[in-house]
Design a protein around this ligand. Structure first.
Ligand SMILES: [Zn+2]
Ligand SMILES: [Zn+2]
Length: 106
């Protein structure tokens, strides 16, 4: 005889702290800063609840709950501080006034 444990831990929003506080990482619409709790369910009946330590962001659009302390998206690649000579198309230092290759004024 097998025993099937029908249950699991769900996360559910318990309180909205600040609506529109963030942006959904999935669909990009505004997400609410919420307090949520983890609910252990057995046979679809909540048997134990405990609050989560950190508030999270919840998207009402796609029902996604995600941590608010995600690392920020990587910054756009730095614009190279090397510029190109208009005349000979070679890379030169941007603070040069004259191209070291062809002598043109930059
Ligand atoms: Zn979303
Ligand atoms: Zn040049």
């Amino acid at each position: 005889m097998f025993f099937f444990f029908v249950g699991g831990v769900n996360q559910q929003v318990s309180r909205v702290l600040k609506s529109g506080a963030g942006r959904c990482i999935n669909c990009g619409s505004t997400a609410d800063l919420v307090e949520y709790e983890k609910v252990l369910k057995a046979f679809f009946v909540p048997v134990w609840k405990w609050p989560a330590k950190e508030p999270a962001l919840f998207c009402n659009n796609c029902n996604l709950l995600f941590p608010s302390s995600l690392p920020p998206p990587p910054p756009p690649p730095l614009v190279s501080d090397v510029s190109k000579c208009r005349f000979c198309d070679r890379l030169v230092e941007p603070d040069f006034s004259f191209c070291p290759y062809c002598g043109s004024a930059l």
